[in-house]
Design a protein around this ligand. Structure first.
Ligand code: NAP
Length: 482
């Protein structure tokens, strides 16, 4: 199946932080892939901006190297044409240098978008200068990277600063998890089929599990991570978004505010989490491999590299159906998945020995995107009625063939949504604040209790206590497979 591409309107996209890691690894290679797909108009321009004193030519050379490194499989025959659409302006977010040149470069009557791929401490400066110099107009869009605040107070302050210069409809707060094909498919599966929605509630769903595990540690960015931890870095944003899309009511229309209104209602319905229903962990040293404390360069660190928690949603649909969330570093494999675990049939006509297992719908986000539904069938062959569980597998790579497996990366899809002016897959300010309002008391309780996270082995599925969180409810995590 060939992926359909609809070209976007002509645009000038300024990437602040164009020489940084995110721009080199994701944004610029992603834009090249959109160019190859025919989605970028030939007159569209990408303007790199950072303090480094580059020329257009130097920026093009660096971008070529980034694309060769991070999009190795992309056809390079059109790379020169793409690079000719790139420009560069040296700019300091904190000073006056470069802003007049940027203003002169920008064209009228095209979409103007500004990607803030810089440290969050610069978001306010950029917003202020863009409006002060008259570079952004009322149709311009800004894309704001994560982290969006580190607690409710800082998120509110940042929202207020951005609001001084931009309307909410111009602000695109990025969470790249929302750009994943499967996350959007979750909405298609739920709301475009009659099959699942009648069962998607506490009457038929026993529980939901959301796992995001990584194999990497925090080495290299330990100093930054140690100020944050798994709760701030992953749960408050990525896992929260997955929870919302799984739990929300059907919006009246697939429209940005209708979808985000429903997500917000879920966050507001989250109950406070009791400390006994949270497990925090820190990975240990493994032979030559450093443990968290060494990676963080902080022998006394109480920051968690793993967290598992049981979350309750206080509304009609999810009464008594818990959501278990877990995420961690240095775990057995890189896995992101949502498991909707259904209840057993109310009465079984089969023997107790027939090995019945509840149906599960597994929505896989990585490493391979796709969905699996487990169902019980009769074990083939004579010898009586024995049951077995089989997966109904819909991996996108299998279903859509090589073209389908080559779906746009989350970043490239989201950048194109910015140009199209579609905010559905971006977080609204009130959503981010509500998520912090839920997370803050959990983090504050840890800070005041001063307890140490539980140690866990690198390459495991987290601390034993996290398994216990489910076992004591007579449930099990789906195994994280190597
Ligand atoms: P980075 O590698 O440190 O790059 C920072 C960029 O900002 C560089 O281009 C730097 O270039 C520029 N910069 C620094 N100070 C500046 C100033 N005063 N004025 C103008 N430009 C300035 O950071 P990154 O990893 O790309 O991350 C960028 C943002 O994305 C951060 O908010 C980060 O939290 C977020 N993010 C990154 C990732 C990732 O995988 N890297 C993932 C998720 C979110 P000069 O030094 O030349 O000015």
């Amino acid at each position: 199946m060939v992926v359909r591409t609809i070209p976007v309107d002509d645009f000038d996209l300024v990437i602040f932080g164009a020489t940084g890691d995110l721009a080199r690894r994701k944004i610029l290679p992603g834009l090249y892939r959109r160019f190859l797909a025919g989605q970028m108009p030939p007159s569209a321009r990408i303007i790199g901006a950072a303090r480094s004193d580059n020329s257009d030519e130097e920026f093009r050379k660096e971008t070529r190297a980034a694309i060769e490194e991070f999009a190795p499989k992309a056809d390079k025959s059109e790379l020169n044409a793409f690079l000719s659409q790139l420009h560069y302006v040296p700019i300091d977010a904190k000073g006056p240098g470069g802003w007049d040149s940027l203003k002169t470069l920008m064209r009228d009557s095209v979409v103007r978008a500004f990607y803030f791929s810089v440290a969050p401490s610069l978001f306010g400066d950029l917003a202020q200068r863009l409006s002060e110099y008259g570079i952004a107009d009322k149709n311009s869009r800004i894309v704001v990277e994560k982290p969006f605040g580190r607690d409710l107070a800082s998120a509110r302050a940042l929202n207020a600063t951005l609001a001084e210069h931009f309307a909410e409809g111009q602000i695109y707060r990025i969470d790249h998890y929302l750009g994943k094909e499967t996350v959007q498919n979750l909405m298609a599966v739920r709301f475009a089929n009659i099959l699942f929605e009648p069962l998607w509630n506490a009457q038929y769903v026993d529980h939901v599990q959301i796992t995001v595990s990584e194999t990497v540690g925090v080495g290299g960015r330990g100093g930054y991570y140690d100020q944050s931890g798994a709760m701030r870095d992953m749960v408050q944003n990525h896992l929260m978004q997955l929870l919302c899309l799984t739990a929300m009511e059907p919006p009246y229309h697939f429209d940005p505010d209708a979808v985000r209104d429903e997500k917000l209602k879920v966050i507001r319905a989250l109950e406070p989490v009791s400390p006994s229903e949270i497990v925090r962990g820190q990975y240990q040293a493994d032979g030559e491999e450093p443990g968290y404390l060494e990676d963080a360069e902080n022998p006394d660190s109480r920051t968690e590299s793993f967290v598992a928690l049981k979350v309750r949603i206080s509304n009609w649909r999810w009464q008594n159906t818990p959501f278990y969330l877990r995420t961690g570093k240095k775990m057995r494999s890189r896995t992101s998945e949502i498991v909707v675990s259904f209840k057993e049939p109310p009465h079984s006509i089969f023997d107790e020995s027939s090995q019945r297992r509840p149906n599960q719908l597994v929505i896989k986000l990585q490493p391979d995107e796709g969905m699996v539904m487990t169902v019980m069938i009769k074990e083939p062959g004579p010898g009586g009625m024995r049951l077995m569980q089989v997966p109904l597998d819909m991996s996108f790579a299998d279903t859509f063939g090589p073209d389908g497996a080559d779906m746009p990366d989350a970043y490239e899809r989201l950048v194109m949504d910015v140009i199209r002016g579609n905010q559905t897959l971006f977080m609204r300010g009130d959503e981010v604040e509500a998520a912090w309002a839920w997370a803050d008391p959990i983090i504050e309780a840890w800070d005041s209790a001063k307890t140490l996270p539980e140690p866990y082995d690198a390459g495991s599925s987290g601390p034993e206590e996290a398994l216990g969180l489910m076992h004591r409810d007579n449930r099990r995590w789906r195994e994280i497979r190597a």
